[in-house]
Design a protein around this ligand. Structure first.
Ligand code: PAP
Length: 345
């Protein structure tokens, strides 16, 4: 009887479509009322303190109704241009090392760009009817690697708990001047689909220090994850790009332990962590053919070369693009915004 009652109450396909349409209308209505500002080659809307591409806000809202979290999900979070591509490669390699041995020429990172191999949660910006995208996330084997630029406070609430509370989160942060320069280069490289030019580095800098950048304010994004990492260290691993660059093996070992797949004594003796570091290094990944040619078509038909995710990969490159005075502008804002938090960037 109970089963029959359940069947009767289930929505028919046409009712489901109607529900989806209603959802979409609600989401569109919410997004259309948000304050909008142009810059960074796109319009961004202000949603709950953060400047985000409106399509991604739609994605976030849709995520709130469609995403089915798993207890062992691994979220890879970051501000834009802070090391997501590297983190995708590292976490994929670490968590799949028993399946795909390093050194074998069938390793997926040899034939697929890290951005393709490890899809971002942001794909939910697509219409809910695009089942293939949602299904592709559902089809991922556990533990799923789910990268995102979403601020922690915008994660979907789930009854009494939340994704943020149940999943393991690796957050990678980067020195803001380098992150800013990387962002500016990346945006300048859109070959199609950019609405407004961001040619001028100085005006981009002004926007950045006002907190107006994709997923900005940069500092609030970092601070949310930082504070959570202090109150729930088992839940969030907070890493800095610069620390990973200076001691990569140590951080790869930390990552594996945090992800629940620590290196065995034998693996450490055999130099597996060093091999992971070498395989996922900027020099190695940027030399793989699939990462050197071709392009991605992203939201709003924006086209980016696959190679633009591998620009230089060094610490302190900002000095080659900004005057000391410009650098000081970012330092001052960061100092003021991070004051008292214990976080130094
Ligand atoms: P995203 O936000 O668009 O996903 P993300 O991968 O976070 O980009 O950042 C790109 C930066 O990481 C680039 O920095 P740059 O512009 O200063 O050079 C890119 O070069 C760097 N990067 C990519 N892969 C690696 C890697 N394997 N090791 C170190 N840095 C890397």
């Amino acid at each position: 009887m109970a089963a029959q009652a359940k069947d009767e109450s289930a929505a028919t396909p046409s009712e489901e479509r109607q529900e989806e349409e209603e959802d979409t209308n609600i989401i569109n209505a919410v997004v259309s009322k948000l304050p909008t500002r142009q810059g960074w080659s796109q319009s961004l809307v202000l949603y709950k303190n953060y400047w985000i591409n409106p399509l991604f806000v739609q994605g976030i809202l849709r995520l709130h109704t469609t995403f089915k979290p798993r207890h062992d999900d691994i979220i890879l979070a970051s501000n834009p241009k802070c090391g997501t591509t590297w983190m995708k490669a590292l976490t994929f390699t670490i968590t799949n090392r028993s399946r795909y041995e390093l050194g074998n020429n069938d390793h997926p990172l040899l034939s697929r760009h890290p951005q393709e191999l490890v899809p971002s949660l942001e794909i939910f910006h697509r219409h809910k009817n695009d089942d293939s995208l949602i299904n592709s996330l559902e089809a991922l084997p556990s533990p799923r690697l789910l990268p995102t630029h979403m601020p922690l406070s915008l994660f979907p609430p789930l009854s009494s708990s939340s994704i943020a509370a149940s999943a393991r989160i690796v957050y990678v942060c980067r020195e803001p001047k380098d992150a800013f320069v990387s962002l500016w280069h990346f945006v300048s490289k859109y070959r199609r689909g950019g609405e407004h030019s961001t040619d001028n580095l100085e005006s981009a800098l002004d926007m950045f220090i006002q907190g107006f950048s994709p997923y900005g304010p940069f500092w609030d994004h970092c601070l949310e994850y930082w504070r959570q990492s202090i109150s729930s260290p088992d839940n969030i691993l907070f890493l800095k790009y610069e620390d990973m660059m200076s001691e990569p093996v140590k951080h790869v070992v930390r990552l594996a332990t945090f992800l629940g797949v620590p290196f065995s004594v034998k693996e450490e003796e055999d130099g597996v962590p060093e091999e992971v570091v070498r395989f996922c290094s900027f020099d190695n990944l940027s030399s793989i053919r699939v990462n050197k040619s071709g392009e991605f078509v992203r939201v709003q038909d924006r086209v980016v070369d696959k190679s633009s995710f591998f620009r230089k990969g060094v610490v302190g490159d900002w000095v080659n693009h900004m005057s000391e005075e410009m650098g000081t502008k970012i330092d001052r804002v960061m100092e003021e915004k991070l004051k008292g938090s214990g976080l130094v960037l």
